[in-house]
Design a protein around this ligand. Structure first.
Ligand code: ZN
Length: 346
């Protein structure tokens, strides 16, 4: 009797502990599931995974070249050089080259120095190059034509050309793997450095908010310190290196380092004679001539040109006339910490 009484409380305790452990396990499970979702490359479903810094992740780039680069393993710098010369993303170029050559081991690349599966225009089969450097140069040039001239600026669109999904071209159905494998390669190389999709873009109608990281306006349009300020400034601690996104669908008409004060500047031409300016960026993500979608990354926020502190300077010009952007942006629920004319009270 006494013994049973003594046994009772510990059993209850064990039950409580077991139930608590089950809850804990469930909670941890959810945490891990969350973690998994976060660490999965965000581009795998729709867009393409973006390098977190906007530049090449050298560690991932080198590791991938070493572990599965095949003949490309000593050619990292040549690939970067060829890609930069032709205004395309080295990460995308290498990701495609790896897939087209079975990770740098195919006969085409080993014996013909042909990294991009380039065919002779006369139908006589794969092109032959004297050196791998020459093959890479030709591949970069061809990719430039597809991406910049033809506007095939996503992996999906390139896949339609490199690996069309119709039965006649692809009797064994291999082409369906092209897009997912190129994306896997991109992720393994550390993410795209150009033309990547931004995350958390807010889109209302045909317009996207231009700096997904923050909606904090620090300076408005109009007279400032006795001089016109042709746009708005957007900033918040931590903004440096964040993606700036295209306001609407359009075409890149300027992508340059501007010595007049704008620093790294991208200008987009939209319909209805509207242009948008993205200035002081640390880097530009799209070359001139590219078509962009609303919300697509055009650059990363920086502190270049006549700028004191990292911020995005954003302008809207209507028929080339600088215009107060705020009426265009009224649906985006911006916050203000700015004085000056045309700026709502803080
Ligand atoms: Zn400004």
């Amino acid at each position: 009797m006494n013994k049973k009484l003594l046994v009772g409380p510990p059993l209850t305790l064990i039950l409580v502990v077991v139930v608590a452990l089950i809850f804990l396990a469930l909670a941890l499970g959810f945490l891990f599931i969350d973690d998994f979702n976060v660490s999965e490359p965000p581009g795998m479903e729709g867009g393409s995974v973006c390098s977190p810094t906007g530049g090449i992740d050298e560690k991932s780039w080198n590791n991938t070249l070493e572990s599965k680069g095949g003949v490309f393993s000593g050619y990292g710098d040549e690939i970067k050089k060829a890609a930069h010369k032709h205004g395309i993303d080295p990460v995308l170029m290498l990701a495609i080259a790896l897939h087209e050559t079975a990770n740098g081991t195919s006969d085409a690349v080993t014996f013909r120095n042909n990294p991009g599966g380039l065919m002779n225009p006369d139908g006589s089969g794969l092109m032959i190059f004297d050196t791998l450097g020459a093959g890479l140069e030709s591949m970069a040039n061809t990719l430039h034509n597809r991406i910049v001239q033809d506007g095939l600026n996503t992996i999906e669109k390139l896949g339609e050309v490199y690996a069309p999904l119709d039965a006649a071209n692809d009797p064994t159905g291999l082409n369906q793997h092209w897009v997912p494998i190129v994306k896997e390669n991109v992720a393994s190389l550390g993410g795209l450095t150009m033309e990547c999709e931004t995350t958390n873009v807010e889109i209302i109608g045909d317009q996207a908010w231009v700096l997904p990281f923050t909606k904090h306006i620090t300076s408005c349009f109009g007279e400032r310190w006795g001089r016109p300020h042709n746009g708005i400034d957007i900033a918040f601690p931590g903004v440096e290196g964040q993606s700036a996104a295209a306001f609407m669908d359009g075409k890149v008409v300027v992508s340059e380092f501007n010595n007049g004060g704008y620093g790294n500047l991208v200008v987009l031409q939209h319909d209805n004679n509207i242009k948008t300016y993205y200035a002081h960026m640390s880097k530009r993500s799209v070359p001139a001539g590219t078509k962009v979608k609303a919300g697509q990354e055009v650059g990363r926020v920086g502190n270049t040109g006549a700028s004191e502190g990292a911020h995005l300077h954003f302008e809207i010009r209507v028929v080339d006339e600088p215009t107060n952007p705020l009426p265009f942006l009224k649906d985006f629920n911006l916050t203000f910490n700015a004085g000056g004319s045309n700026c709502p009270a803080p």
